[in-house]
Design a protein around this ligand. Structure first.
Ligand code: ZN
Length: 72
C-alpha cells in the first residue's frame, strides 16, 4: 500500500486504488452500485473513493448517462 500524500484524516479505502475495482462507463454494472435509488451519484463518504477516483466515477457516470446506459 502506498501512503497518501494528502495527509488528511481520510482513510484510504478507495477500491480503485486498491485494484479491486475498475471504472468503465461502457460497463454500467461497475457504476450502478454507486448510484442511489433515484440515480444520483453517491458522495465520497459513501463510495469510499479517493478524490481522483471519485472524479473519475462522476465522469464515467455522466458519460454512461449520455449513452443511456444508466438511468438519468
Ligand atoms: Zn483511488
Amino acid at each position: 500500500m502506498k501512503p497518501v500524500a494528502s495527509g488528511g484524516t481520510d482513510t484510504n479505502s478507495c477500491q480503485v486504488c486498491g485494484g479491486l475495482w475498475q471504472l468503465e462507463y461502457t460497463r454500467p454494472e461497475t457504476l450502478t452500485p454507486y448510484l442511489s435509488a433515484d440515480g444520483k451519484l453517491q458522495g465520497r463518504n459513501l463510495t469510499g473513493f479517493c478524490e481522483v477516483h471519485q472524479q473519475g466515477l462522476s465522469r464515467a457516470v455522466k458519460r454512461a448517462r449520455e449513452l443511456g446506459l444508466v438511468p438519468k
